[in-house]
Design a protein around this ligand. Structure first.
Ligand SMILES: C[S@@+](CC[C@H](N)C(=O)[O-])C[C@H]1O[C@@H](n2cnc3c(N)ncnc32)[C@H](O)[C@@H]1O
Length: 454
C-alpha cells in the first residue's frame, strides 16, 4: 500500500524489478503500453495520479506537473480535491433518471452519480478531461455514463433531474489554469451555469454546485438575479470568509522551485485583483437549488457547515423536505425533536461563575458550533425532553425561532415522537426573551500543499 501511494499519489519512482514484483509481469507490460507507467531515468514512475475515493478508482493528472516528463500541450485535468469530495458528499443519492455533471474533469461526480441514476452525462471543455473520464468509467466497470466535449450546456439535449457542477470558481488575475480560474471576480462560469440551468432541468429538478462564494452576504440577491427557474428553495452552505491575504496566499504558493521574489510578485497580482474586482471576502461552500411546486413559495437560506469529509446528502435532503413540510397545513400534527447528533458543552468561569453554552456535533460536518444563550439552552432542553406537538408548542412569538432552528437542522419535525421521554409534559412554551444563537464559522478548504499531503 505504501508503495502504491508513493507511485500513484506522490510521484515516486521505482526500479522495473520492484514494479514487476508489485504488478506481475503481464500487468506491468499493460500499464507501460497504456503509457500509464513511464521511464524516469533508470527508474519507472506513474504518468497519472490514482485516487481511491468513494469506493472508486479515479485517475487524473498529477496535482503538481513539475517534472520534465509532466509537460503536456493540453490543459491539465484537475486532481481530486476537497471541493470534488465535498460535492460527492453533498449531492443527492436517491434514484433519478438523468443527471448532468457540468465541468466533469476526471468524471468523479458522474461516476458516483451513476450508482443511483439511469443515465449520467458528463461535459467538459477539455478533451483530455473527457478521455480521463471515459477511462475512469471503464476502470470502474461503469457503463451508464456518457462523456461529451462541450462548453457547459451547448452540447447537451433533453432534461435532467439533477445538474451537478464543480466549475472553475476562483476569482483570479490569471486565466492560465482553466480548471481553476473563472474571471477576476470568480463568477463568470457560475452565473452562466445557474442562469441557463432552468432550460435543462426536469420539473422539480435540482442544481447542486460547489464554489467559492464571493461576498456571501449578497447571495440572496445574486441568486434572485441569476436563477430563472420559477419557484425554488435555495440553500447556501458556507464555511468561512477569507480576507485578501487569507485568500491570496495559498494561490501564490507554488510547490517546489519558487523563489521568494516570484512568490511576492504573484502575491501582489492576486492582492491587486482582490481589491480591484470588488471582492471583500471569499467564502467557500455549496449552492443548492431545488425547484418546488409552482404553488409553493420560494425560499432562501444560508448556513454554516464544515466542508464535508463524510456524506451529508441525507441532511441536505431533509432540509428541503422540512421546508416543504412547513408550508403544509398538517404541520400542526407533527412533533418537534432535536437532532440526536448534537451535544451541549457548558463552561463555567471559575472566577465569575458565568456559564458559556455551546451546541456542537462531534462528528457530523453538517453542523458547526453554535454559541447559545441560557434561555435557548433551556428551550432546546425542553423540546428535547418533551418532543411537543407543533400545535401545542408553536406560538406567534416563538414560531420564527422554531423555523430558524429547523432550517439549521437543530430541530426537526417528525410525524411521531421518537423517544420514550415523550410523555413528559411542558406546561407552557417558555418566553422568547433572551433567545440567542450564533453560528461560528468553520475552516475553509485550504488550497495549499499541506491539504494534498495531509
Ligand atoms: C474544478 S474542475 C472540476 C473537476 C471535477 N468535476 C471534480 O469535481 O473534481 C473544473 C472543470 O471544468 C472544466 N471547464 C472549464 N470551463 C468549462 C466550460 N465552459 N464548459 C465545460 N467545462 C468547463 C475544466 O476543464 C475542468 O475540468
Amino acid at each position: 500500500m505504501a508503495d502504491l501511494i508513493r507511485l500513484f499519489l506522490l510521484q515516486g519512482a521505482f526500479t522495473k524489478a520492484k514494479l514487476q514484483e508489485i504488478f506481475g509481469q503481464e500487468l506491468f507490460s499493460t500499464l507501460c503500453s497504456l503509457g500509464l507507467l513511464i521511464q524516469r531515468g533508470e527508474d519507472w514512475a506513474s504518468r497519472i495520479d490514482l485516487f481511491a475515493v468513494a469506493g472508486l478508482y479515479v485517475a487524473t493528472d498529477h496535482r503538481y506537473m513539475i517534472l520534465p516528463e509532466d509537460e503536456i500541450e493540453e490543459d491539465v485535468v484537475m486532481y481530486v480535491g476537497m471541493d470534488s469530495t465535498g460535492l460527492v458528499h453533498t449531492a443527492p443519492q436517491y434514484p433519478a433518471n438523468r443527471v448532468l455533471d457540468l465541468c466533469c474533469g476526471s468524471g468523479i461526480q458522474s461516476l458516483v452519480a451513476s450508482r443511483y441514476t439511469k443515465e449520467v452525462v458528463g461535459v467538459d471543455i477539455n478533451p483530455r478531461a473527457i478521455r480521463f473520464a471515459r477511462f475512469n468509467a471503464q476502470l470502474n466497470g461503469i457503463s451508464n455514463t456518457h462523456f461529451c466535449l462541450g462548453n457547459l450546456y451547448e452540447t447537451t439535449s433533453g432534461y435532467f433531474d439533477t445538474i451537478l457542477a464543480n466549475p472553475p470558481f476562483v476569482p483570479s488575475p490569471s486565466q492560465e489554469c482553466r480548471f481553476r480560474d473563472s474571471g477576476v471576480a470568480g463568477e463568470e462560469i457560475l452565473a452562466r451555469i445557474i442562469t441557463e440551468s432552468a432550460n435543462h432541468l426536469a420539473p422539480l429538478g435540482k442544481l447542486f454546485i460547489v464554489s467559492d462564494l464571493v461576498n456571501i452576504q449578497q447571495y440572496e440577491s445574486k441568486l434572485e438575479q441569476w436563477w430563472q427557474g420559477g419557484a425554488a428553495d435555495k440553500l447556501v452552505l458556507s464555511t468561512a470568509d477569507r480576507n485578501d491575504i487569507l485568500f491570496s496566499v495559498p494561490h501564490c504558493h507554488t510547490a517546489f522551485n519558487q523563489t521568494w521574489e516570484q512568490y511576492n510578485i504573484e502575491l501582489d497580482e492576486w492582492l491587486q485583483n482582490f481589491h480591484t474586482s470588488g471582492l471583500r471576502t471569499v467564502n467557500f461552500g455549496y449552492i443548492l437549488i431545488c425547484q418546488v411546486d409552482s404553488t409553493s413559495k420560494s425560499s432562501y437560506y444560508s448556513r454554516t457547515i464544515h466542508n464535508p469529509n463524510q456524506p451529508i446528502h441525507q441532511y441536505v435532503q431533509e432540509y428541503f423536505q422540512q421546508r416543504q413540510l412547513i408550508q403544509e397545513q398538517q404541520i400542526n400534527n407533527y412533533f418537534l425533536a432535536m437532532s440526536p447528533d448534537l451535544r451541549f458543552r457548558l463552561e463555567i468561569s471559575s472566577t465569575t461563575g458565568e456559564r458559556e453554552i455551546e451546541l456542537f456535533s462531534p462528528n457530523n460536518p453538517y453542523f458547526t458550533t453554535y454559541q447559545i444563550s441560557e434561555q435557548m439552552y433551556r428551550m432546546l432542553q425542553d423540546i428535547n425532553h418533551s418532543q411537543p406537538k407543533w400545535e401545542t408548542y408553536a406560538t406567534a412569538l416563538n414560531q420564527n425561532w422554531l423555523y430558524e432552528l429547523i432550517y439549521k437542522g437543530i430541530l426537526y419535525l417528525s410525524p411521531q415522537a421518537t423517544t420514550v421521554k415523550q410523555n413528559r409534559r411542558l406546561k407552557v412554551p417558555p418566553s422568547t426573551e433572551g433567545l440567542k444563537i450564533e453560528e461560528l464559522e468553520t475552516k475553509t478548504t485550504p488550497t495549499c500543499i499541506s491539504s494534498y499531503l495531509h
